[in-house]
Design a protein around this ligand. Structure first.
Ligand code: S3P
Length: 442
C-alpha cells in the first residue's frame, strides 16, 4: 500500500506489564500468493485452507480471477478451479497487483509464456518504483516480449509468446526472480536452469515439485523442464515466519514477557530471524529445519516460545540476508534494545533499499526519531544498543512492516509512539493490533 492521502495516527502506549499468551501465526504471505497462482495454473480444483486474507493476497485472488480462474472464498478457505498452465484469458487486458511485488514478478513469468495473451500489470505508487529489470532481463533472454516504463518499471505490458529455456545465474538473491524464471521455464521449450548465488526462500521449488512439475535441484542449480500440466492439490498454508517475528520481537523487548507463537513454518529458508535473534541472546524454544533441508520436504509448522532476557549485538552478512530479508528492520529494532554499547551490524542487504519503501533509510530515520542510534550504510545499518527507545512519532511510509515496528516500539518505549498510517499493516497482518492487545491483556 502506498502512503494513504490522509493517514490516521494510532497511539500505542507503553506496556504496563509483561506480555503473555499464545498467538496463532497468520498464514504465510509468500505461500498464499503461490497457492493462488499455482492453483490457477492447475487443471482441476484446489482447496486452500488458511489462505492469508490480507490486502496483498486478496490482490492475487482478484488477479487470477480476472485471468479466467474460478475463485470462491469463505473466510480463509479458498477454492480455485484452475485454467491450466496455458489456459489463461485476459478479457480486461489489465491486472492491478496493488502493493504486491511477489504477484507482479511471478505473474510476469506466467503471462510471458502463453501465446496470444497481452496483459498490462500495474499497481499502486510504491509498486511503480519497484525494480522490474530483474525479471525483464531473464524473460527477454527467453525471447519474451515486454514493454515497461523506462524499460524498468510498472506499468509493464507482457505479450505472451513461445519461450526458450535458458540457464540463468541470478544477479541478486531473489526468490521472486527465481520463481518468475522457473514459472516461465515450465512453459518454455527445453530446460531452464536457475543458479542461486545464495539460498533464498524455496516455496516455489517445494510447491511445484509436489504439484508434479519436472523440477530438480542440484546444489545451487534448480532445473525445470517444459510441462503440460501441474496439480497443486489441497493445501493448508503454514504460519508466516515473517509475521511471527513481530510477536516474537515484542516478547523480546517487553520485560518479563513469555509469548508462544503457534503454527509457524519451520522452513529453514525462512528461519534466519530466529537464528539471528538467538545469537543476540534471545531465548526462543522450538525446532526449525536444518539448513539445507531438501525442497522435496513438506512444509511443517511448530510453536515457538519466547522469553524476555537481555540482548547483545550481532553481525548479519550477505549469505544470511535472504533468509531473513523481511525481518531485518526488526533486527534493527532489537539492536536498539540491546544492552548499552552492544553493536548490531547488517551488511550485504542493499535489497532493503528496493522493498515497499527504502527500509535502510526508513529504520535509520524513523527509529532514530524515537531515540535509536542507527547509522545507515549503502547495504545495511549499524545499530548501537541503548537498552530501549524514548518514543515519539513514527511514519510507516505506507510500509506494512514499518507500521508494525512502530507499534512494537510504542509498546516497549518510555513514552509510547504515535504511528502514522498504521493501516499499512493490513497488507500482510490485518489482525496485528488485536493480537498485540490480547497479549497485553492477559
Ligand atoms: C518474496 C521474496 C522476497 C521477500 C518478499 C516475498 C517471495 O523478495 O522480500 O516479501 O514471496 O518470493 P525478493 O525475492 O525480492 O528478495
Amino acid at each position: 500500500m502506498s502512503a494513504s492521502a490522509n493517514p490516521t495516527t494510532t497511539r500505542i502506549d507503553p506496556a504496563t506489564g509483561p506480555l503473555s499468551g499464545h498467538v496463532l501465526c497468520p498464514p504465510d504471505k509468500s505461500i498464499s500468493h503461490r497457492c493462488a497462482l499455482f492453483g490457477a495454473m492447475s487443471q482441476g480444483r484446489t482447496v486452500i485452507e488458511r489462505y492469508l486474507v490480507a490486502q496483498d493476497t486478496l490482490s492475487t485472488l482478484a488477479a487470477v480471477e480476472s485471468l479466467g480462474a474460478r475463485v470462491q472464498r469463505d473466510g480463509d478457505r479458498v477454492v480455485i478451479d484452475g485454467v491450466g498452465l496455458r489456459g489463461l484469458t485476459a478479457p480486461g487486458g489489465i491486472v492491478d497487483v496493488g502493493n504486491a511485488g511477489t504477484l507482479l514478478r511471478l505473474l510476469a513469468g506466467w503471462i510471458a509464456g502463453v501465446p496470444g495473451l497481452v496483459v498490462t500489470l500495474d499497481g499502486d505508487a510504491s509498486i511503480r518504483t519497484r525494480p522490474m529489470g530483474r525479471v525483464i532481463d531473464p524473460l527477454r533472454l527467453m525471447d519474451a516480449q515486454i514493454d515497461a516504463t523506462n524499460d524498468r518499471f510498472a506499468p509493464v505490458t507482457v505479450t505472451g509468446g513461445t519461450l526458450r529455456g535458458i540457464e540463468y545465474t541470478l544477479p541478486v538473491a531473489s526468490a521472486q526472480v527465481k520463481s518468475c524464471v522457473l514459472i516461465a521455464g515450465m512453459l518454455a521449450e527445453g530446460e531452464t536452469t536457475v543458479v542461486e548465488p545464495v539460498a533464498s526462500r524455496d516455496h516455489t521449488e517445494r510447491m511445484l515439485a509436489a504439484a508434479g512439475a519436472p523440477l530438480t535441484r542440484d546444489g545451487d542449480r534448480i532445473t525445470i523442464r517444459t510441462t503440460d500440466a501441474i496439480e497443486l492439490g489441497d493445501t493448508r498454508v503454514p504460519g508466516d515466519p515473517s509475521s511471527a517475528a513481530f510477536p516474537i520481537a515484542a516478547a523480546l523487548i517487553v520485560p518479563g514477557s513469555t509469548v508462544h507463537v503457534d503454527e509457524v513454518s519451520t522452513n529453514w529458508t525462512r528461519a534466519g530471524f530466529v537464528h539471528i535473534a538467538r545469537r543476540m541472546g534471545a531465548q526462543i524454544e522450538g525446532p526449525v529445519e536444518a539448513p539445507g533441508t531438501p525442497h522435496t520436504t513438506p512444509e511443517v509448522t511448530t510453536t515457538l516460545s519466547v522469553t524476555h532476557g537481555p540482548l547483545r549485538g550481532t553481525t548479519v552478512e550477505a549469505d544470511e540476508v535472504p533468509l531473513a530479508i523481511d525481518e531485518l528492520p526488526l533486527v534493527a529494532l532489537l539492536g536498539c534494545f540491546a544492552e548499552p554499547g552492544e553493536i548490531t551490524t547488517v551488511t550485504g542487504a542493499q535489497e532493503l533499499r528496493v522493498k515497499e519503501t527504502d527500509r535502510i533509510a526508513a529504520v535509520a530515520e524513523e527509529l532514530g526519531a524515537l531515540g535509536g542510534k542507527i547509522t545507515p550504510t549503502d547495504d545495511g545499518f549499524i545499530v548501537e544498543g541503548t537498552g530501549g527507545l524514548i518514543g515519539g512519532t513514527l511514519h510507516s511510509r505506507g510500509d506494512h512492516r514499518m507500521a508494525m515496528i512502530g507499534a512494537l516500539a510504542g509498546l516497549a518505549s518510555a513514552k509510547g509512539v504515535d504511528v502514522v498510517d498504521m493501516e499499512a499493516a493490513d497488507v500482510s497482518y490485518p489482525t496485528f493490533l488485536d493480537d498485540l492487545a490480547a497479549l497485553r491483556s492477559r
